[in-house]
Design a binder for this molecule. Sequence first.
Ligand code: MN
Length: 317
Amino acid sequence: MDRKTFLKTLTGTAFGSGMSTSAQGQMATSDLRQVDRLLKAKQVQVAPGFFIRRALPLRGLNMVDPFLLLDHMGPKEIGPDEGAFVPPHPHRGFEPVTFIFEGSAEHKDSMGNHGKVHSGGVQWMTAGKGVIHSERIDREAEEGRGKMHGVQLWINLPKKDKMMEPAYQNIPAEKIPEVAFDGGKAKVRVVAGSVFDAKGPAKTFTPINAFHVVLKAKGQVDIPFPEDHNVCVYGLDGVVTLSGDQRVEGGELAVMANGKGLRLGHVEGATAQVLLLSGEPIKEPVVSHGPFVMNSMTEIQQAFEDYSNGKMGQLEE
Ligand code: MN
């Protein structure tokens, strides 16, 4: 089914433009998850001259299990040679995922995968027992300046999957369903997991929802989540209300308390967007060192040894 047909199907059923708010399943206020913690991302230089905002980990917040790291790149206009190239490096034990809202990301790895995604696309890599990859984050323009805007998210793997064969999912924008709410004033792009009947294309190893939500013109949407999930909202741009009067702005991470769902609302002014994440906590010990995330220090030492011995493969720069 192409995207147009898919959206039409949705509009004809439970949600879509013209439906009343109640028909979309507005939740009782007492069921909504409230903001438990609101934290500001810190500026970090990850490559010479290349700054990002890091929302995870932060002092006092090691992770939002299963989410380990969240780096925000841009939004920024950049010129030629101002993108970031991260030369070949290994990973083991988790999934590095790159969301590109504007611009491009190119990935090459020691399994022989080579992929590039553009605005709206996602690169979902499962490092498993070990892989070496290089990454290039850039603007879209062939010439001149252009917008660069993305997030890299590290998602933990449970112990039973940490040593699986590595995998790579290249997900272009057109494979990501976009669900319209509140007459199109709220749009939910479903990368992983599901919103009502819309399912995201990414295969995950524990139950995870990853949504890119775009809000304008005082649009509002209620999104249910399993009660045992941890839920957090990262502000990409603009201002969004969370289950009432509390707000998250660009560069802030809101960790939500328990409840059945979340209400996102647009305030006023420019279009706002957030990355909305929920996941069933893995609840296992996490020992993270550089590019490896395992359950014990012994396993980390083994990872360094295996990397030195070439067991994670080879990748020419
Ligand atoms: Mn990497």
